[in-house]
Write a new protein. Structure first.
Length: 996
């Protein structure tokens, strides 16, 4: 009933439109004097109401906002003057087109018509935006996923979760991974700040707004806008904002039908002698890949009621590189990994159906409602070079994933525009074990090679995410001013079950067990978002050639954990019976300013100087902060000496002290109702306590010739309120969480050094000292810990900064010539040294020890080159297009397993707790990188018919140069630099699209 009520409310309060275009300008008479009171009309087939009308203000300026993508005609009229008409104005995204008019004295019936060159420089907006319309999406070889097209923007960094699903690595190649659900980041931003919006409303979950279960559908999409910098006050975060604008239908029936197919028979091989010599003999490649995507729409009643519907079926299966089936997987008495000569493949399918209805209820009221229902199964998934099939899982989204949205806009007067909107989203999904997996199988991790096999140690999860968002806004436009204020709110919940088949897993070194991990599962967790309120006000004020953009935003987030109960966890905790009462979680309040200016340097709308300074809140997963369930000790380790070699821990695992073959539990509070990690209340409640970042940008954009522009910019970002865990991007640095174990002091740790092996692959040939390593004194091992997570600034200064430069070009010439791209340089610096000096416990966890010197990392300037181009050969209807990406390789680490005997030579004693070894990264982060990736993709198309009824038959060739750049390589020193995933080898894909 609650879901039905939410859906009903949604229909009454639909969503606001983001990324809508604007036409603005000044109207003058022949003497140059401004003309107030002039009627200005913008007409387009893209508008269901056909025409939007405004009147110039006292300064002669006008501004028409909230215009959908399309071609426009502007008509300017005033009694006593000839009518001015300008045609060929193309709007996309939130572009502001400047159309100035000089009215000649004469009759209104006389019309002066001017055909405009497409404006390419926006001299008023400060937001850095890339628009991907069907001209680009249909021409460029790609997966037809918005984020993969966005990855072609210079400076853009991808974080592809499908790398885990498919084992193909992080670089998207021709849709090989299907829906890769890519998170984008740029200019030192975090991928957790990424937002995928559907018609202006986030499709992210209430607890993880950067995650989404929504698979975009290009046949149902009018265009895509990607805001990369200087995001407005309408959003709390400053990360990349990708907005999908849906198709409305139109006054004529229209549709599209797209299909593509490829398989392993269309693929080459890029396995060479060098890769084989490094131990990589089983490359990742396509198995089968297909996409079927029809769409159709039109008028139910012209100028009044439009519809559009679409469906999509997508399949992607790919062989896993560096992994083969375990030939003894079902023999539970064998504890070594024994790969066969066969291949294994991750396999996934997606199904989608969606529809949209747009209704011009009155001349001043437009309402639209959209419905999307999707299912998917990534079955099997998660397999990669270090994860065998039995350690993977089925990722099932079997229950329909639903998104219902709507939008209402009302241009009440020529100056006042009202908008309102909402979105309801339901996602039910999870990670599930394979049907043929034995519950008695003990999950194993081999330190040599880092292989996980026999079972999934981290377990499985069943999720239910529900989110409801709504917003209202009002814009008051006078010509010189465009003032907008609004309100938005989100509520929602997360309900999940965590479970394992076996709560015990082993760690082995060369087949010999040395550590046991114990897990207190199953458990059930709940989280509710009570409010995520935002209030904003912003104004765009144009004074002659200067446009000032200013805004302020207030955010309030409140959430809680309902009462929760944890029952028995067999066989380790048969008597567990814990009830946790309702617990308040977040109560964050923040005020963030936004400032920017754009200046028309030459006064001809062809050169713009832009400067911005904006404060943003950081996005992140929030349901784990202060979670009273997750804060319990639900997992612990104990070192183990399997003296009799029977692979069975001959000890009482429920007894926390050392007994039999087992050392003491690393945390004796395992399974108890006390002793878990808590969060400092000041991090969860109050004013200005949320992690934030400041972004400064400055750029110059210039039109060289009509339809050709260049853009050069500098970008800087720095962070504040650090300590709760901030991803470190491409620096390779450590993601430090400021955890103060109040039961310990710096005096409880001893320090020591190790010597890196002599190895020509290491810096200076190896053999150097790695110092600043810590080990807890034996007398303090196994004491009850008292950890609290808090701000780094309570102990010292923690910094994270980015500096970078971009240079890009945009060429859109007649005859189908399109060129976009450029270069980007950026470096990141991280420092948390003052903090770890006071909290040395942050430098070690679960047998991994971080050298103190790695508390400061700084990358060189890492470069990117990205280009896309398209050209249609006249008369013969052949279109050639392609894209090129050159990206710095992945940061390298070399994790050396150091035996206790070696450590004791420097430490002067054995490792505490009976540990048989430790793991140390012997390379300074940010100093070594893997292979540079160079990817060139090509498409050849035959175009048949006219634009309104066109068929394109395409042959795509991805990774034309057949690069085998290593995307993922082993960081375990015993197999160091062994490739684990390479760029997908060259393959061809055939496709066809019929537009009518």
């Amino acid at each position: 009933m609650r879901r039905l009520l939410a859906a009903f409310i949604l229909l009454l309060v639909p969503s606001t439109l983001f990324a809508q275009g604007t036409i603005t300008g000044v109207v003058r008479d022949p003497s140059g004097a401004v003309l107030p009171g002039v009627t200005v009309e913008a007409s387009s087939p893209a508008l269901i109401e056909r025409v939007r009308t405004v009147v110039t203000d006292g300064t002669g300026q006008y501004r028409i906002i909230d215009l959908r993508p399309g071609a426009y005609v502007v008509t300017v009229s005033l009694s006593g003057f000839n009518t001015f008409r300008r045609e060929g104005i193309e709007l996309s995204g939130s572009f502001t087109a400047t159309v100035n008019a000089v009215l000649q004295v004469g009759s209104v019936e006389q019309t002066v018509t001017v055909t405009a060159e497409t404006a390419i420089v926006d001299v008023q907006s400060t937001t850095q935006q890339r628009v991907i319309n069907h001209e680009v999406a249909d021409a460029v070889p790609s997966s037809r996923m918005p984020s993969s097209l966005g990855a072609l923007i210079p400076g853009m960094v991808t974080a592809i979760s499908a790398a885990n699903f498919t084992g193909l690595g992080s670089q998207e190649v021709g849709g090989a991974g299907g829906d890769t659900t890519t998170n984008l980041s740029i200019h030192g931003g975090q991928n957790t700040d990424f937002r995928m919006n559907l018609n202006g409303l986030s499709t992210g979950w209430a607890n993880e707004t950067f995650e989404t279960g929504y698979t975009p559908n290009m046949s149902a999409t009018q265009e895509i806008t990607i805001d990369a910098a200087a995001v407005s006050a309408e959003s709390p975060e400053g990360g990349v904002r990708l907005n999908i604008i849906p198709r409305d239908g139109g006054n004529t029936f229209n549709g599209t039908l797209f299909g593509s197919y490829t398989s392993e028979h269309f693929a080459a091989t890029n396995l060479d002698a060098d890769l084989r010599s490094r131990g990589f003999t089983n490359p990742n490649t396509i198995k089968v890949n297909g996409d079927f995507n029809p769409g159709f729409g039109g008028p139910l009643k012209k100028d009044r009621l439009w519809f559009y519907g679409s469906a999509r079926y997508l399949r992607a299966a790919a062989y896993v590189g560096g992994m083969a089936p375990d030939s003894t997987a079902n023999n539970l008495s064998i504890f070594r990994f024994n790969p066969s000569n066969d291949r294994i493949a991750n396999d996934a399918t997606w199904k989608d159906g969606q529809g949209r209805v747009t209704w011009q209820a009155t001349p001043a009221n437009k309402i639209a409602v959209s419905y999307s229902q999707q299912t998917s199964c990534k079955c099997p998934s998660l397999m990669n070079a270090t994860t065998a099939r039995e350690a993977g899982a089925d990722n099932r989204w079997g229950h329909p994933q639903r998104i219902i949205t709507g939008d209402w806009t009302a241009p009440v007067t020529s100056r006042l525009l009202l908008e309102a909107g909402a979105l309801y989203q339901l996602n039910q999904w999870g990670w599930f074990p394979y049907d043929d997996l034995s519950p008695q199988a003990i999950p194993l991790t081999e330190q040599i090679g880092g292989i996980n096999y026999k079972g999934r140690a981290s377990g499985y999860r069943k999720n239910r995410n529900e989110t409801f968002r709504y917003r209202v806004a009002a814009s008051y436009v006078t010509g010189a001013h465009a003032f907008k204020t609004g309100f938005d709110n989100s509520t929602g919940s997360t309900d999940y079950d965590n479970f394992v088949l076996n709560p015990i897993s082993y760690r082995l070194n060369n087949g010999i067990p040395n550590q046991i991990t114990l897990r207190a599962r199953p458990y059930h967790a709940l989280w509710h978002l009570d409010a995520d309120v935002g209030l904003f006000a912003q104004d765009k004020w144009t004074v002659k050639r200067l446009t000032l953009n200013g805004g302020v935003r207030f955010d309030y987030r409140k959430s809680h954990f309902p009462e929760q109960h944890l029952g028995p966890s067999l066989p380790l905790l048969p008597n567990r019976d814990i009830t946790i009462p309702k617990t308040d979680q977040l109560s964050w309040k923040d005020l963030t300013p936004k400032m920017g200016a754009a200046y028309d340097l030459l006064g001809n709308s062809k050169t713009a100087l832009k400067v911005t300074l904006n404060k943003y809140l950081s996005g992140r997963q929030v349901d784990g902060l202060g979670d009273p369930v997750a804060g319990l000790v639900l997992q612990t380790t104990r070192n183990w000496n399997d003296a009799n070699g029977n692979y069975t821990p001959d000890c009482d695992l429920t007894n926390p002290v050392a007994n039999g073959e087992c050392a003491a539990m690393a945390n004796p509070n395992f399974g108890k109702a006390v002793g878990g990690t808590v969060y400092d209340p000041t991090t969860l409640r109050g004013w200005g306590v949320r992690e934030y970042n400041w972004e400064f940008t400055t750029s110059v954009q210039h039109e060289l010739v009509p339809r050709v522009s260049v853009d050069v910019g500098y970008f800087r970002r720095w962070y504040g309120n650090l300590g709760l865990g901030t991803p470190t991007g491409n620096s390779g640095g450590v993601n430090f969480v400021t955890t103060d174990d109040r039961a310990l002091t710096p005096a409880d740790f001893d320090t020591f050094c190790i010597t890196a092996p002599s190895d020509p692959r290491l810096p200076n040939g190896g053999g150097y000292q790695v110092c600043g390593l810590t080990d807890l004194k034996p007398a303090r091992f196994g004491i009850a810990s008292d950890p609290v997570v808090t701000f780094a600034k309570n102990y010292g200064n923690q910094t994270q900064t980015f500096n970078g430069f971009d240079a890009s070009t945009d060429v859109r010439l007649p005859q189908g010539i399109l060129v976009q791209g450029g270069v980007s340089f950026g470096k990141t610096a991280l420092d948390v040294c003052e903090v770890v000096d006071k909290l040395p416990e942050m430098l070690s966890s679960a047998g991994t020890v971080i050298p103190r010197g790695q508390c400061h990392t700084e990358t060189p300037f890492l470069s990117q080159v990205k280009m896309l181009a398209s050209y249609t050969i006249p008369r013969i209807g052949i279109r050639t297009s392609g894209s090129f990406q050159s990206i710095a390789g992945p940061p390298l680490a070399a994790n050396l397993v150091v035996p206790n005997a070696t450590v004791a030579q420097s430490l002067g004693r054995n490792l505490s707790g009976g540990a048989q070894n430790i793991t140390v990264n012997i390379i300074q982060p940010g100093t070594m990188y893997g292979d540079r990736l160079n990817q060139f993709d090509l498409r050849l198309s035959k175009l048949l018919g006219a634009a309104r009824r066109r068929v394109s038959v395409n042959l795509d060739v991805y990774n034309v140069l057949n690069s085998n750049a290593v995307q993922v390589e082993s960081s375990v020193y015993s197999t160091w630099r062994r490739p684990q995933s390479i760029l997908v080898p060259r393959f061809a894909k055939i496709s066809a699209q019929w537009d009518f």
